[in-house]
Ligand binder design. Structure first.
Ligand code: ADP
Ligand code: MG
Length: 512
């Protein structure tokens, strides 16, 4: 799916209005009936009809013929809801209507338009990357600063394929490509932001809209394209350190490989691509951690002939000190949204396995997403009929809550000004939770309770003495407990360093 920025220049305000109406209608409909689009856009039916035809020609929407609708859309209430339908009366009848579905082209346009309004993207340049589920472009902002635009393309490959065969995901109504791509972009932005604020070498996140993230352009090559590095041992050690540091902050990258590590001219690595990051408290955390470590070991052996006996192990090297995963959840990308994306990723993984099986048997041919033509319309009609029913039964309450959730989350995420960390941090982001801040909090507690004890002067002296003695005793026990912990921690650290030094090849790096 190419990002066609040129075609976007020629859209009128009315075109935009209709496109927005299709997006709004998509909230509750996979295929949005033409009558509903007309109502939302509040143009005459004929007017929106013509515009829809134009938009379809430019691949911003795709037409689906003869969808069966159970409800007629008669009114639009812009203040309360995007669409309001008349519930079926006793004589309610199904009627046929054409419908439109937003394509990635249309979704791209809406996101670009938002970026342009905010000044974060002014012009679009070359495509520099194409992943299985994303497209990467160089863009520039109003000050002509070069940036990277990453568009999520979830569902491009496997979702359609599976859907046309067995419709596995039909019941998961939230598993639309639009919604899932949006979740993936939010996750990417949320993690990049938190990592960036905590000093990890990642691109600076700039902006987020729908399924797109704008970020700093890193002037570097992916490790995959690097044949020679000045100091292989140091790079190996830097990367292992990064895995360990992430784990200490409560996170695992989950796809830590030569494609997602960029190497600057001076040899410094920069980490990218975060939609699959997991918390160290994830059920499969150990598996993901070890896989990340193994990826680097295998690559270094193959590419540079470099092997080291030293590599981090989950549990030993990954004692958690900070809770960045909690910080991510607090920043707007909630646990619930994370779980939803994970569930989708799991379904897709299963579906891909299944597709391979079906393809092995030499079954039907796959279809391309944009090919919604007359041959397919019958198929689509059936599909829409059933899914429309499912949607309308459950209707607004659930879907609206979901869409509202994600909208709120998106603005919460963007709400923090990234360029002025110091100003915004204190208001918007929770402090990193670590042992020290926990202790500091405990230390202040007894002070706060002291004044409360004052009014108890009526108590006889003996009782007060007893209380004070008890309090002192428990305080000293607490102190002892913590200082013991610190000592053992310190000892372990020193021991660790000695082991590492002994195994080091001399340039002082930990996993060298
Ligand atoms: P995917 O999810 O498809 O793997 P990535 O985020 O890994 O997408 O990006 C794919 C490629 O795009 C990378 O290998 C890299 O070459 C390029 N790229 C991505 N982000 C940046 C960036 N911020 N600066 C420079 N190049 C980037
Ligand atoms: Mg990648």
């Amino acid at each position: 799916m190419k990002l066609d920025a040129k075609a976007l220049r020629y859209l009128s305000a009315e075109d935009f209005r209709v496109l927005t109406a299709v997006e709004m209608g998509s909230k509750n409909h996979e295929v949005v009936p033409t009558s509903l689009i007309a109502q939302i856009s509040q143009l005459r039916h004929g007017g929106s009809h013509k515009i829809l035809g134009d938009l379809a020609k430019r691949n911003l929407v795709a037409r689906v013929k003869n969808i069966k609708c159970r409800y007629r859309y008669r009114c639009f209430d812009p203040l309360n809801k995007a669409s309001k339908f008349i519930p079926p009366s006793r004589n309610a009848y199904a009627y046929l209507d054409d419908g439109y579905r937003l394509t990635y082209g249309g979704y791209d346009y809406l996101a670009l338009k938002t970026f342009a309004r905010r000044g974060s993207v002014y012009s679009v340049g070359n495509q520099i990357g194409v992943g299985k589920e994303s497209d990467i472009y160089i863009v520039a902002n109003e000050e002509d600063q070069q940036l990277v635009l990453k568009l999520q393309r979830l569902g491009r490959v496997s979702f359609r394929t599976i859907k046309s065969k067995r419709d596995y995901l039909q019941k998961r109504k939230s598993a639309s490509w639009m919604y899932m791509s949006r979740l993936a972009a939010m996750k990417e932005y949320a993690f990049m932001k938190v990592l960036h604020e905590n000093g990890f070498p990642v691109p600076t996140p700039i902006d987020l809209s729908r399924h797109c993230v704008v970020m700093e352009l890193i002037d570097a090559f992916p490790l995959r394209q690097v044949d020679e590095v000045k100091n292989v041992g140091k790079l190996y050690s830097d990367l292992m350190d990064m895995i360990v540091r992430l784990a200490r902050y409560g996170l695992i990258h989950g796809d830590f490989n030569e494609f997602n590590i960029l190497i600057r001219d001076n040899g410094d690595p920069v980490l990218i691509d975060f939609p699959q990051m997991v918390s160290t408290s994830h059920a499969n955390a150990e598996f993901y951690f070890n896989r990340d470590v193994e990826c680097i070991r295998v690559f270094f052996k193959r590419r540079f002939g470099y092997e080291s006996v030293l590599y981090p192990k989950f549990g030993l090297d990954s004692n958690r000190e900070f809770d960045l995963d909690v910080q991510v959840a607090a920043s707007g990308f909630s646990k619930k949204l994370q779980e939803e994306l994970e569930a989708y990723q799991a379904v897709i993984e299963q579906a891909e396995d299944l597709t391979e099986e079906i393809d092995d048997e030499g079954a039907e041919e796959d279809r391309e997403e944009e090919d919604v033509d007359e041959d397919e319309s019958e198929d689509e009609t059936k599909e829409t009929e059933t899914s429309d029913e499912v949607k309308l039964q459950e209707h607004d309450s659930q879907t609206d809550a979901l869409v509202d959730d994600i909208k709120a989350a998106e603005s919460a995420l963007r709400g923090v000004k990234l360029h002025s960390n110091s100003e915004s941090e204190s208001n918007e982001d929770p402090e990193p939770i670590n042992n020290r801040s926990y202790k500091a909090h405990r230390d202040t507690a007894p002070k706060a309770t002291k004044p409360k004890a004052k009014p108890a002067t009526n108590l006889d002296k003996l009782a007060i003495k007893e209380r004070v003695a008890r309090a002192l005793k428990s305080q000293s026990q607490q102190k002892g407990k913590f200082s013991n912990q610190n000592q053992t921690k310190g000892k372990e650290k020193r021991k660790g360093r000695e082991v590492v030094k002994a195994g080091s090849k001399g340039d002082g790096s930990i996993y060298d």
